[in-house]
Design a binder for this molecule. Structure first.
Ligand code: R5P
Length: 287
């Protein structure tokens, strides 16, 4: 087995290697003046089971193409299998057509990865678990819920309620509620446009409780802020926010610096930029 990393999250790849007692493989990743991507494995990988760690995160299109070029180079270097570890699977939110003439980008990503030569995918907390079925190769769909619940348990939060920000996260919230032996509530939202959401009502009892919001992705942070304000209006206490994938696009972190948010907890599925370190609690999924 040899483990290599793309450019998106080398720190996670190093931490995975440390856990496994393996040395990270040597690969050159560079760019031509034109922006085209060049990859060269600096060691023989003939007959090896190659694992490539690459999150499909900022800049997503660049990281996606880099992964494709890495898979292609590994195949052509006679790797026995090419296994891709995609802690954060970008484009997962376009997993179905919600309007005529739209793409199903999550399926397109799966098709391209498979066509180029991936033999197995290891990923985590997919926006829609059904994306596993978009692949005709094995997909290991891991979750960070155990890690998050272990952390929350250590905080001894009194009178908690697990909150799903929308109907799509209800099953995740239910699992976390089971882990923590807590009640759960579901916020019902509507999306007037792609980066806008409005809470219309809440199913469950939140008054006087400490909400723990569980999300798959924090992108711009607007959904979370709407949920926090919706919870406050309904008499809830200050809130913990947990998510597997912290994309933090634009000024998301400034937005999340909200007086009613006690703590934001995410994992290292996406590398946090240096200026974001220390502003959120990061749990490592390397184990
Ligand atoms: C969408 O349904 C996802 O589960 C998240 O709620 C969404 O991606 C969060 O995006 P934002 O942080 O931009 O509101």
């Amino acid at each position: 087995m040899r483990i290599f990393t793309g450019s998106s999250n080398p720190k996670l790849a190093e931490d995975i290697c440390r856990k496994l007692g393996e040395q990270l493989g040597d690969v050159t990743l560079s760019r031509f003046k034109s922006g085209e991507i060049y990859v060269n494995y600096e060691e023989s990988i003939r007959n090896c089971d190659v694992f490539i760690v690459q999150s499909l995160s900022h800049p997503i299109n660049e990281m996606f193409v880099e992964l494709l070029v890495m898979i292609d180079a590994a195949k052509r270097a006679s790797a026995r299998t090419v296994n891709i570890i995609i802690p954060y699977y970008g484009y997962a939110r376009q997993e179905r057509k919600s309007a005529p003439r739209e793409p199903i980008s999550a399926k397109m990503v799966a098709d391209v990865l498979t066509t180029v030569g991936a033999n197995r995918v290891i990923t985590m907390d997919l926006h829609a678990p059904a994306i596993q079925g978009f692949f005709n190769i094995p997909v290991d769909h891991l979750t960070a819920l155990d890690l998050i619940s272990e952390y929350l348990r250590s905080k001894n939060i009194s009178n908690p309620v697990i909150v799903s920000p929308d109907a799509g996260r209800a099953s995740m919230a239910e699992k976390l509620a089971n882990h923590l032996d807590s009640p759960f509530a579901i916020m019902i939202k509507k999306r007037p446009s792609h980066n806008e959401s409005v809470i219309t009502h809440v199913i469950g009892d939140v008054e006087g409780r400490t909400p723990i919001i569980i999300e798959d992705i924090i992108d711009t942070g607007t959904t979370i802020i709407n949920v926090v304000e919706g919870l406050k209006e309904r008499g809830a206490k200050d809130v913990y926010v947990c998510a597997t994938h912290g994309l933090f696009s634009g000024s998301a972190l400034e937005r999340l610096n909200h007086p009613n948010i006690k703590e934001v907890v995410i994992t290292d599925s996406i590398l946090l930029p240096d200026d974001h370190v220390g502003r959120v609690k990061v749990l490592s999924v390397a184990p």
